[in-house]
Design a protein around this ligand. Structure first.
Ligand code: MF3
Ligand code: CO
Length: 260
């Protein structure tokens, strides 16, 4: 490991350790998939995921009790964000999934000191064509962002790939919340926004590990955070979608660590 300006460059061995913990996050999302259906509460899903993380994977949840300075500790193991909730939705026994919902399940696991971060969207039963479309376009945005994460390119290349695809489809990308470095900490430098131009921002160097996780909105990109300190919703109440991968940049291009 070496570092310059707070950017950590991870060695191939360290990236191998990250690949392992990131695979667990992806396994956890595979595990929960059959349980995500109408009639269950988001807390039920959270309980299952915490148990699986600890007992089956032998890992820890990074979210549980996560407390950045000045914030209320996050009370659950996962974030589950339904419809107009953009991210950081707190699982609750009072929130029951119904037909037509779109939900994001976001998990972070810790193993041997390394962190992972991944999220996927799920559709519940029959969803509206608009709901289907934002989920598809957001997935495409992440795929385009991943392709743009080339060594010796710039973070602005990723931003542009994502934002232009969202805009072409009539959507906006949340400005205030971005991706982040990940590895020995949950949140490392750099911060990765989606509103910059190609060829601008930080140089992408082999050994960097970070998340790509745009949040795409049907309407305004503006967000509000509820009184619980976490739940982040669209200002206009319209739908939002979000997929997240943790990646490592190598000489040969990006590796998606959270793909199985
Ligand atoms: N996975 C989330 C992210 O990348 C982090 C959630 S922090 C929590 O932003 F405490 F809300 F879980
Ligand atoms: Co993240």
């Amino acid at each position: 490991m070496s570092s310059k300006d707070n950017i950590i460059i991870y060695s191939p061995e360290e990236i191998e350790a990250m690949r392992h913990v990131c695979r667990l996050a992806s396994e956890l999302l595979d595990y929960i998939t059959p349980f995500v259906k109408a009639g269950v509460s988001t807390l039920y899903l959270d309980d299952l995921m915490l148990e699986y993380t600890e007992k089956t994977l032998g890992a820890k949840s990074a979210c549980l009790n996560y407390a950045p300075a000045g914030m209320t500790p996050y009370p659950r193991a996962t974030c589950i964000s339904v419809n107009n909730v953009i991210c950081h939705g707190i699982p609750s026994e009072n929130e029951i999934l119904i037909d037509g919902d779109i939900i994001n399940v976001d998990v972070s696991t810790i193993l041997n000191g390394y962190f992972s971060d991944a999220s996927r969207m799920f559709t519940i039963g029959e969803v509206s064509p608009e709901a289907e479309r934002i989920v598809r376009v957001t997935k495409e945005c992440v795929e385009l962002g991943l392709k743009a994460a080339k060594p010796w390119g710039h973070l602005g290349d990723i931003a542009y790939a994502i934002n232009s695809h969202a805009q072409e489809n009539g959507y906006s990308v949340v400005e205030e919340i971005g991706g982040h470095g990940i590895g020995l900490e949950f949140n490392e430098e750099p911060w990765i926004g989606y509103h910059t131009k190609p060829g601008t921002e930080m140089l992408i160097v082999p050994g960097m590990t970070f998340t790509i996780e745009p949040m795409v909105n049907v309407g305004t990109y503006e967000v509000s955070v509820l009184e619980d300190d976490w739940t982040t919703v669209t200002d206009d109440g319209e739908l939002s979608a979000h997929f997240e991968h943790s990646i490592a940049v190598t000489d040969d291009g990006p590796i998606i660590l959270t793909a199985l």
